[in-house]
Unconditional design. Structure first.
Length: 291
């Protein structure tokens, strides 16, 4: 049939790792959030979802074989300029996905999206929120608005003070944010802490993971340092490296991870370092062979 010939030779679209759209069978559901309206430094992470997919299709992932049957990529969220509407849509989509006992993989877009995603878990077992970020994102307000990429975690904790949160790889913050973090964040590990005594930090980290039934992972790609050429909306030097980050995932049982987002990849200034790191991290976190 002519149609079969066309389907054989013509590729439909770019997707994460080249997976299909079979929602029914999939355990992980991918969607993109092409949103960067609150960006305050370098705009462009609205193009992040496409770049992560493109690089993911052009890197061989040694751990990814089983992913093809387990992941479906359903495309991007309908675009909006309104941060409130973006959050509502992310919340609605994540709620639908976890309502079917599936797990979202969200491709950002700016980090603010995590606020909508994590709220969707309210009716279920509350996951511990594991954040990798150069920043604390705990400002009370930033550049005259209260909901943006630098305040989203503060907004979350104001409403849900019992949220268990760890932030790894921070190094770029205000004094006020650090004071707030020391009172409200369960585990804080800076890049300097990792350099000083990584085994001690991994012990603290693993204790918190063991005491948590479920884990939601949120990675801001600026956790990786500018010295690794990552193109992100707020680049910051002296970051973590890929092996330093994957080290933290070695002992997390895969079934504990109930959701994952990777944010702030900015293809307008990225030559591929942040998009490829994002794709690699997704494949490693969900599909690496565990010890
Ligand atoms: Mn962030």
């Amino acid at each position: 049939m002519k149609d079969d010939v066309l389907r054989f030779y013509l590729k439909n679209k770019v997707s994460l790792f080249g997976v299909g759209e079979d929602y029914e069978k999939a355990e992980y559901i991918v969607f993109g959030v092409p949103f960067d309206s609150t960006t305050t430094f370098i705009p462009g992470c609205r193009f992040g979802p496409f770049a992560i997919r493109l690089f993911s299709e052009n890197i061989d992932h040694p751990n990814i074989d089983e992913a093809y049957s387990k992941i479906a990529d359903l495309g991007d969220l309908a675009p909006t300029l309104s941060v409130e509407w973006m959050l509502k849509r992310v919340y609605r989509v994540v709620k639908e996905i976890i309502g079917y006992r599936k797990k979202p993989i969200i491709l950002g877009g700016e980090h603010t999206l995590t606020l909508g995603s994590i709220k969707a878990y309210a009716e279920y077992v509350k996951p511990m929120l594991l954040v990798f970020d150069a920043h604390l994102d705990l400002r009370s307000e930033f550049m005259d608005t209260r909901i943006n990429h630098a305040t989203w975690l503060r907004r979350l904790l104001e409403k849900r003070a019992d949220e268990k949160v760890a932030i790894i790889g921070y190094r770029d913050f205000s004094r006020e944010e650090l004071e707030y973090a020391k009172k409200n964040i369960d585990l804080l590990i800076s890049t300097q802490d990792v350099e000083r005594d990584v085994d001690k930090e991994l012990d603290r980290f693993n204790d918190l993971i063991e005491s948590s039934e479920k884990v939601y992972v949120s990675i801001d790609l600026d956790v990786i340092g500018l010295e690794n050429n990552v193109g992100v909306s707020n680049p910051s030097p002296n970051g973590l490296t890929l092996p330093q980050i994957t080290n933290f995932f070695k002992k997390i049982p895969r079934e504990k991870i109930v959701g994952l987002d990777v944010t702030e990849v900015n293809p307008l200034i990225d030559k591929g370092a942040s998009a490829s790191h994002a794709a690699y991290l997704i494949s490693y976190i969900l599909f690496h062979k565990q010890d």
